[in-house]
Design a protein around this ligand. Structure first.
Ligand SMILES: NC(=O)c1ccc[n+]([C@@H]2O[C@H](COP(=O)([O-])OP(=O)(O)OC[C@H]3O[C@@H](n4cnc5c(N)ncnc54)[C@H](OP(=O)(O)O)[C@@H]3O)[C@@H](O)[C@H]2O)c1
Length: 154
């Protein structure tokens, strides 16, 4: 009797465990592949992205491609900005792109003024503050270059 109860209990536990795993799998499939995308345009037709010229920021073209958002690109390097905006426009002919040249390590008040002027009259729904810097490779804090740590923390 004790043995039968033990087998029954462990079977129920196993089934519960399997159900949980199946539910997690179903949620992952829904979340990764099936869930409809949020309509970002409902916040406004424009998005602003700082640091769109490299790394993660370059993926801002997805805002145009998948959501049809117009983009304001804020960067410090005019030729990289021009290249990125040309690429985005080539892939998304129905959107507009504005470029604003600002070095965020420079005079921040001047930079903000430039951005304010650049976005005047635009209905910005999304603002992505992506510009920044990181370690060139994974490292412990105490082994990192002090100057770089200071720049990242500023
Ligand atoms: N990659 C990661 O694993 C990771 C992890 C955690 C957090 N982050 C953060 O995510 C952000 C993007 O990382 P990422 O790896 O894509 O970096 P990235 O490849 O170095 O790109 C950084 C972007 O920011 C721009 N930028 C840097 N300093 C700027 C300044 N003073 N003024 C204007 N623009 C400036 C760069 O412009 P230029 O093209 O002119 O250089 C570039 O477009 C950073 O804030 C980083 O700290 C990244």
């Amino acid at each position: 009797m004790v043995f039968q109860t033990f087998v029954l209990l462990s079977t129920v536990l196993d089934l519960l465990y399997i159900c949980r795993a199946l539910m997690e799998l179903a949620w992952w499939v829904w979340d990764s592949f099936l869930r409809p995308m949020r309509n970002l345009k409902e916040y406004g037709p424009w998005a602003i992205v700082t640091g769109p010229t490299d790394g993660i920021g370059k993926e801002s073209n997805r805002l145009a491609r998948y959501h049809g958002l117009n983009l304001v690109l804020v960067g410090r390097n005019p030729s990289k900005l021009s290249l990125v905006s040309t690429e985005i426009l080539k892939m998304n002919r129905s959107i507009e792109v504005r470029r604003i040249e600002v070095d965020l390590e420079g005079d921040i008040n001047e930079g903000m003024e430039k951005i304010r002027e650049g976005i005047e009259g635009l209905d910005i729904g999304i603002w992505i503050n992506n510009a920044g810097t990181g370690y060139p490779y994974a490292t412990f804090l105490h082994e990192a270059d002090e100057e770089l740590v200071a720049r990242i923390s500023e």
